[in-house]
Design a protein around this ligand. Structure first.
Ligand code: 13P
Length: 287
């Protein structure tokens, strides 16, 4: 059964660790994320972007795949299924499809509109027992064609959105989706601390979790980050292992072309990466 992310996030905030939120892209990803979380006894958030949702033949299919894999793999750790960077329409569709959590990304809207739509979605989520993440200050880099400039969020705006009754808040602090460019100066802890000072006990979300040095991630957790999003590093792990398999000519030996063989090393790469991140985030054994 899927659960809201509220309880796991609040426990993480109180216990000074972070929940890993891993983007799924297909069946292999879903199986791998759930397997890793189970092996680590860690609560986990499986999340999907709107683009990946389309790729997976719709949000209803995503919800069914996650629930069916959980049943088949006998998943016993708490799992939330979350929409990543949702539009207003995408949030509505995921609520319908049976997700247990959504992110409404109104960061590119005029601030008043971000407030209004966030408020409306908070009311629906409260009624349905779902968790909701909101965003202030777009995250840098590109994800699914959404390009952010990497601005830092305004702490006052963070406070206004945090006070709307959301579960967790994503705020730009110099983080970027995808690979970090050469010479990236690192997370802006001064901004993180200023936001924290305004929003009090609101758990914060760190997007663009791939490629940030582990010690910097752990510092962010100490300063109030309770959910960390990871996508690119799982994709890189999958691609690297798959490339090695093909470059070694294994796909042309015997039945090495069988997708169950061809995709196995990449899938194991995702399992290993998710387990590694769970360890770094301090949430192993917290289920
Ligand atoms: P990365 O792809 O950089 O890990 O970012 C993931 C993310 O923040 C999803 O919202």
């Amino acid at each position: 059964m899927l659960v809201s992310a509220k309880e796991m996030i609040q426990a993480a905030y109180a216990g000074h660790y972070a929940i890993g939120a891993f983007n799924t892209n297909n069946l292999e990803w879903t199986k791998a994320i759930l397997q890793a979380a189970e092996e680590m006894r860690a609560p986990v958030i499986v999340q999907v972007s709107e683009g990946a949702g389309k790729y997976m033949a719709g949000f209803k299919n995503v919800a069914d795949i996650v629930k069916n894999v959980m049943e088949f793999q006998k998943t016993s750790v708490p799992v939330a299924l979350h929409l990543d960077h949702g539009t207003y329409a995408g949030c509505k569709a995921c609520i319908e499809a049976g997700f247990s959590s959504i992110m409404f990304d109104g960061s590119s809207l005029p601030f008043d509109e971000n407030i209004e739509k966030t408020k409306e979605l908070v009311a629906i989520c409260n009624e349905k027992g779902m968790s909701i993440e909101a965003e202030v200050g777009s995250i840098g880099g590109e994800e699914d064609g959404v390009v952010g400039m990497g601005e830092c969020a305004d702490p006052e705006e963070c406070k206004t959105i945090a006070d709307l009754g959301i579960t967790m808040l994503a705020a730009g602090i110099g983080n970027i989706h995808g690979k970090y460019p050469e010479g990236w100066p690192g997370l802006r802890f001064d901004v993180l601390d200023a936001i924290k000072a305004k929003v009090g006990d609101m758990p914060l979300v760190l997007h663009g979790g791939s490629g940030i040095p582990d010690a910097m991630v752990q510092d962010a957790i100490r300063r109030g980050v309770s959910k960390i999003n990871v996508n690119t590093e799982c994709q890189l792990a999958f691609a690297e292992k798959t490339r090695a398999y093909i470059e070694a000519g294994k796909d042309i030996q015997g039945k090495g072309y069988d997708p169950r063989k061809l995709l196995a090393p990449g899938a194991q790469g995702i399992v290993d990466m998710v387990k590694y991140k769970i360890e770094v985030f301090g949430c192993a054994g917290k289920a």
